[in-house]
Every structure is written in structure tokens, then in C-alpha cells.
Design a protein around this ligand. Structure first.
Ligand code: HEM
Length: 187
């Protein structure tokens, strides 16, 4: 049982990024069959819930890795993984600020700017996490314990999941960028 829990904790960043985060990022996507019928507010609730559940898994997985050995940041997989873990914590805070829009924050930034920044940093965090997973396929763990003929299939899956997931948030970011530019132009 302890082994199962430890394995789940160690694998959780990987499974979270692939499944939960991908689904969470697609929740505002117009053609998502699960969320297309619900209001924008409820899409955000669904998105936030998935990100919170998965985010906790990432942070626990990250903590598990930190407590495992003395040397960190010695591989590119590790460096990207750590950056993604911090990005994940920051995105959770940014998402909550975006959802609740506290007055103190609105005094400094308008809601459109909060949405824009959360979108940019969210995409960046997802990219870091997916790069970390991809680099993980070159690690000793994978090359030793996983059938080497199976690894290219995993790489392809990660690449496909990445590109299919970012379609919605990238489109949404481009719309926000257009709006931002229009606002900045002198009338
Ligand atoms: C790791 C954590 C998170 C990441 C990477 C992330 C990423 C993103 C991205 C990329 C978008 C843009 C999606 C699109 O427009 O198609 C988005 C939207 C949004 N997120 Fe998050 N998010 C995270 C956590 C949260 C949390 C915890 C909440 C709290 C409810 C939240 C609330 C929102 C809201 C309200 C929007 C809609 C903003 C809008 O109207 O454009 N997010 N998120």
C-alpha cells in the first residue's frame, strides 16, 4: 500500500498534466462537448475545480521528488519539472484571483488584464509541464523500465495531447490580444 501511494504521488504530475490539465484547459473551448452547454461562469467553476484537484497532485508530486534526493536541477527534465510546479502554484493563485476578482486587485488591474495574464501564464505552465514529461521519456527510469519500442508511442501521445489542448486557449488568447491592441490604439 505505501508503495502504491508513493508511486501514485510520483506519477501524479505526469498523469495530471496529461489528463486533468488538458481537460481543464479545454473547458472554455467552444466545441468541448462536455462544457459547451453550460454558462461561462460554470465553465470556470469546472475548470477551477479540475485545476485545483490536479494542482494539489502536482504540488504533492513535486514535494515527493524534492524529499527523495539531495541533488536537484541536474537534468533538463528536472529543471522543466520544477519550473512547471512553480508555474502551477502561481496559476492556481492567478486563477482564483481571476474568478473572485477581489476589489484590491481590481484597483490595480482591470478584469480584461487579469484574464489576459492568466491565459498567458496558464499556457506557459502547461507548456513547461508537457516539455518536462517529454524530456522524462529520455530519463534512466524510462529507458530502463519501459519497453524502448513503446517510448516513441508515448512521445507521440504527449505531442498530440499538447497540440490538441492548446488550440482553444491559444484562440482565446489571440482574441484577448486583439482586444488589448484595440484598447491601446489612440481613438
Ligand atoms: C494550474 C492551474 C491553472 C492553469 C494552468 C490555468 C490556465 C487557464 C487558461 C490557459 C485559461 C484560458 C482558457 C481559455 O480561454 O480557453 C484559463 C481560464 C480561466 N481560469 Fe484558469 N488555470 C488554472 C487554475 C485556475 C483556478 C484554480 C481557477 C479558479 C476558479 C481558474 C479560473 C479561470 C477562469 C475564471 C478563467 C476564464 C478567464 C476568461 O474568461 O478568459 N483557473 N485558465
Amino acid at each position: 500500500m505505501p508503495y502504491l501511494i508513493i508511486t501514485l504521488l510520483l506519477l501524479s504530475p505526469c498523469s495530471y498534466f496529461h489528463v486533468l490539465m488538458a481537460q481543464a484547459l479545454m473547458s472554455h473551448y467552444k466545441v468541448n462537448p462536455i462544457t459547451r452547454w453550460i454558462s461561462h461562469k460554470n465553465k470556470s467553476r469546472y475548470h477551477g475545480l479540475l485545476q485545483l484537484v490536479g494542482g494539489v497532485m502536482v504540488l504533492l508530486g513535486g514535494l515527493g521528488k524534492f524529499s527523495q534526493k539531495d541533488v536537484h536541477f541536474n537534468t533538463w527534465h528536472g529543471r522543466f519539472g520544477v519550473a512547471a510546479t512553480f508555474g502551477c502554484a502561481a496559476s492556481i493563485v492567478g486563477g482564483l484571483v481571476n474568478f473572485y476578482q477581489p476589489k484590491i486587485v481590481l484597483k490595480k488591474l482591470p478584469p480584461s488584464e487579469l484574464r489576459f495574464r492568466h491565459n498567458v501564464f496558464g499556457l506557459l505552465t502547461f507548456t513547461l509541464g508537457m516539455v518536462a514529461i517529454y524530456l522524462g521519456y529520455y530519463s534512466k527510469f524510462f529507458t530502463r523500465h519501459v519497453d524502448n519500442e513503446f517510448i516513441p508511442a508515448l512521445m507521440l501521445t504527449t505531442t498530440l495531447v499538447y497540440f490538441l489542448t492548446i488550440i482553444g486557449p491559444t484562440g482565446s488568447l489571440l482574441t484577448k490580444l486583439k482586444y488589448r491592441r484595440q484598447k491601446q490604439q489612440p481613438q
